[in-house]
Write a protein that binds this ligand. Sequence first.
Ligand code: CUA
Length: 315
Amino acid sequence: MFGIPLFPERASTIATEVDALYFFLVGLSVVMSLLIATLVVSFAIRFHRRHADEVGAQVHGGLMLELAWTVVPFLIAMVIFFWGAKVYFVMASPPSETLNIYVVGKQWMWKVQHTTGQREINQLHVPVGRPVKLIMTSEDVIHNFSIPAMRVKSDVIPGRFVQIWFEPTRPGTYQIFCAEYCGTQHSGMIGQVVVMEATAYQSWLSGGAGEGSLASTGEKLFADLACNTCHRPDSRGRGPVLRNVYAHPVQLQDGTMVTADENYLRESILTPAAKLTAGYQPVMPAFQGLVSEEQLLALIEYVKSLSTEQGTPKP
Ligand code: CUA
């Protein structure tokens, strides 16, 4: 409109659905506002007091009218609820096969780590037509990762992973914002998503992964930190065997079962005693403060690479 970008492009599969719901809500608000304003003004004109001693007629209920103004808004609210829930569930449940990319927010930049080893700052290269899952955390305060053109947005919180997913539909460059005030340079915490055709993406991938895959970085770190002295491939170690742990159920000391997702692996590295695997002693040192967020990602990716189940853990 007049060259002013009032509305972001639609560049993901979910964008059309999000916009349809948004326009419905805006349209509904306009209709209701006009209806109410018109009734207020017309009733004020029609029923205004004509003499100083005029007394209004008492009205004692009107069943049909009261039913109508209860049932109609209820039905409208239910439409909004079910429609909103439907879009939410699509956005909250990534497909089983996704391209997983890690994002770490810090004051004031976005650090992107690809599983193939590439690292980027304030840039995110993704292929068109493939679902992308971002596994995100923060190493300081709460940030919010937002790509308006993809219609995805999520708080990025220190101490845990959050996930969003989107499937780009058009090659191009799209804006990334931090959408949570996070300090003086918050407004500068921006970047670009570069959506590429599959072939261009492949050639981008083949350059600049000098250090090898993220899992191989993790494997090296696993040895450097001497994790491998207790977590041995056979069951004779002092710690659990890590093969096929990721995305599988784990029985804890207190009898409960958890699924070993990224957040569980993270917690078990940083504070191992919090959710101890049944049958093992709390002998593992806590790595809280000893490994950086990026090292943690590498370790987690290494543990994931030991699992045959590479997909999303089912809750
Ligand atoms: Cu990070 Cu605002």
